[in-house]
Design a protein around this ligand. Structure first.
Ligand code: AMP
Length: 212
C-alpha cells in the first residue's frame, strides 16, 4: 500500500507516519529526514539543499524527484510505504504518479492532516527534536537527552519564528494546490482531524486507510 501524507508543517505527519507504518508493517519515508541526513553527511545533495531548508523554502523538484526514484526502487518499499512530506508541489505529485505507473503501482490513499494555523505555530514554536532519531518533543530545552535513543535534542533551524511563518506560506502557495490536483483526478483523498490525542488521531488515520 502506498500512502501519501499531506498537511502543513507541524500537523503531526511524522509522528503519525511512524505509528501507521509500524501498524501496517511498511516503512515510513520522509524526504525531510533524507535531506537532513544528507546535510549532516555533507553530501553534494545536502550542500545544495541546506540553504533552502534553513529558510523554510522548498528544495527544487529535481532533487526531490531523484530521491523519490531511489526510494521507490529500493527493496524496502516493495510492499509499500508511507510517504511523509514527499509530495509538496504539483510537479512532484505528477512525478510520483508517473514513476509509480511505470512500476505498475499507484498511490492508494492520500491522507490530509488538518490542523488550524494558530495551533501549528504554537506546536512548531516550542518544538525540539532528537538529532539522531528525529522524535519531536514539546516543552524541553535543547541539549536534553532523547528518551527514545539517547540522542541530543536540538531546535531545528527551520523551527525559528521567521522560518515557521515562511514554511506555512510556502505550504499554502505550493502544497495546497496538490489537494485540488488530487480532486480533479478523482484520487482517493481523506481529510483527517489531526487535533487532540495522538492515539485518537492514529485511529482516525487507520480507519481512513481501511475504507475503500
Ligand atoms: P520536513 O522535515 O518535512 O518539515 O522538511 C524539512 C525541509 O526539507 C522542508 O522545509 C524543505 O526545505 C525540505 N523538503 C522536504 N521534503 C520536501 C519536498 N517534498 N519538496 C521540497 N522540499 C522538501
Amino acid at each position: 500500500m502506498i500512502v501519501v501524507l499531506l498537511g502543513p508543517p507541524g500537523a503531526g505527519k511524522g509522528t503519525q507516519g511512524e505509528i501507521i507504518a509500524e501498524r501496517l508493517g511498511i516503512p515510513k519515508i520522509a524526504t525531510g529526514d533524507v535531506l537532513r541526513a544528507a546535510v549532516r553527511d555533507g553530501t553534494e545533495q545536502g550542500l545544495a539543499a541546506k540553504a533552502y531548508m534553513d529558510r523554510g523554502d522548498l528544495v527544487p523538484d529535481s532533487v526531490i524527484l531523484g530521491i523519490m526514484k531511489e526510494v521507490l526502487s529500493s527493496p524496502a518499499a516493495a510492499k509499500g510505504a508511507i510517504l511523509d512530506g514527499v509530495v509538496r508541489t504539483v510537479p512532484q505529485a505528477e512525478g510520483l504518479t508517473t514513476m509509480l505507473a511505470e512500476l505498475g503501482r499507484k498511490v492508494d490513499k492520500f491522507l490530509l492532516f488538518d490542523v488550524p494555523e494558530d495551533e501549528l505555530v504554537n506546536r512548531l514554536g516550542g518544538r525540539v527534536v532528537c538529532e539522531k532519531c528525529q522524535t519531536p518533543y514539546k516543552g524541553l530545552e535543547p541539549g536534553t537527552t532523547c528518551e527514545k535513543c539517547g540522542g541530543k535534542l536540538v531546535r531545528r533551524k527551520d523551527d525559528e519564528p521567521q522560518s515557521i511563518r515562511n514554511r506555512l506560506k510556502v505550504y499554502q502557495a505550493q502544497t495546497e494546490p496538490v489537494i485540488e490536483w488530487t480532486k480533479e483526478r478523482k484520487m482517493d483523498l481523506v481529510k483527517i482531524d489531526a487535533t487532540g490525542d495522538v492515539n485518537e488521531i492514529s485511529e482516525r488515520a487507520m480507519k481512513a486507510l481501511e475504507e475503500d
